[in-house]
Design a protein around this ligand. Structure first.
Ligand code: PHE
Length: 333
């Protein structure tokens, strides 16, 4: 019996030494120490031994063998647990380096930058800044600007109407010119004001047109203001914003709210002419709508697209790209 015990023990220790996984170790445990294990079987056979002495000796040998196998088993199991845990940890490891990288610093959008620079230039020329609402009444957007209902010039503005009040009475402003009226009503002259803001046109977008864009309106009301003041202001602005070597010109045009009216262009140092915006002397009907006496006050107004300015300044081919929200494009400016 002693020999049998030693054979089982040595076999078990040998298998444990050769085990390659915790599953191998558990198999040995089950087959040697388990309910139907080899040592358990031998233990059951103790009673069949003849003498007390033999029983004692075999019992001690069984206990010793069981302890040795159990100890070796725990040792191996511990080793495999540590190794298996290391493998699991590696597999479940979360890569935190992405999170730890500092987020990049943003900056103002290219159109916002143009807007801010334009404000700076005009404030430098002595202008103040005002803003008006995006949603306007028909009266401010058209009527007060000398465009009564059915005026042909209204068809130049493809208007978005807002369902509010009597049909057709509320619009998304098609230009910043309605703010001229609001400023005249609110601020006693002399007025030297710019009015930047968002405007809306119900038209198909393309490389040079957006349905939602930005304009900067200018309004000067004082005594004895002439067309020469308008031309001089446009020229001073052109040099201040675009730099030396740029000049401007006025070209006769038509707007219902100015008389006379003009388009203004700028000439780049390479001799190219770019159309920038509209301008003119404020029409007497517009002064009256703003609550001013045309016999006492005169003035000029101008308006141009801010998005256009950003586009020209940076040589952007398609205005729509500025609003594509593609960070790779927008972070260049
Ligand atoms: N409001 C005109 C437009 O949107 C521009 C303009 C402003 C013209 C002021 C004359 C005076 O086209």
């Amino acid at each position: 019996m002693i020999d049998q015990i030693h054979t089982v023990r040595d076999g078990a220790l040998h298998r444990l030494a050769a085990a390659t996984s915790s599953d191998d170790v558990r198999a040995v445990e089950l087959e040697v120490l388990g309910k139907k294990g080899a040592l358990t079987d031998l233990k059951a056979g103790l009673g069949k031994l003849a003498t007390i002495e033999e029983k004692k000796e075999a019992g001690r040998a069984l206990n010793d063998a069981a302890t040795q196998v159990a100890d070796a088993l725990q040792l191996r199991l511990g080793e495999f647990r540590r190794a298996e845990r290391a493998v699991q940890l590696e597999a479940e490891r979360v890569d935190l380096t992405e999170v730890m990288r500092r987020p990049g610093r943003g900056h103002a959008h290219v159109v916002t930058q143009a807007w801010q620079r334009l404000e700076d230039v005009f404030v430098g020329l002595g202008f103040q800044v005002a803003e008006g609402p995006d949603v306007e009444t028909d009266w401010y957007n058209f009527e007060a600007l000398n465009m009564p209902a059915n005026h042909p010039a209204r068809s130049m503005h493809d208007t978005f109407y807002v369902e509010h009040g009597t049909p057709g009475s509320t619009v998304l402003r098609t230009h910043t010119s309605p703010v001229q009226i609001r400023v005249m009503q609110d601020v006693p002259p002399p007025i030297y004001m710019i009015m930047p803001g968002r405007v809306f046109r119900n038209e198909t977008t393309d490389a040079t047109h957006l349905a939602v864009f930005h304009q900067l309106e200018g309004l000067v009301i004082d005594r004895g203001i002439t067309l020469a003041d308008l031309a001089g202001t446009i020229e001073a602005f052109t040099r201040a914003f675009f730099g030396e070597g740029f000049t401007s010109r006025l070209r006769p045009s038509y707007f219902p709210f100015t008389e006379p009216s003009a388009e203004f262009d700028i000439r780049t140092p390479s001799g190219e002419w770019l159309e920038l915006g509209g301008c003119g002397m404020v029409h007497p009907n517009v002064l009256r709508a703003g609550g001013l006496d045309p016999e006492e006050w005169s003035g000029f107004a101008f308006g141009f697209g801010i998005d256009r300015m950003a586009k020209e300044r940076h040589g952007i081919g398609d205005v729509r790209e500025m609003y594509s929200n593609d960070i790779r494009f927008i972070e260049q400016f």
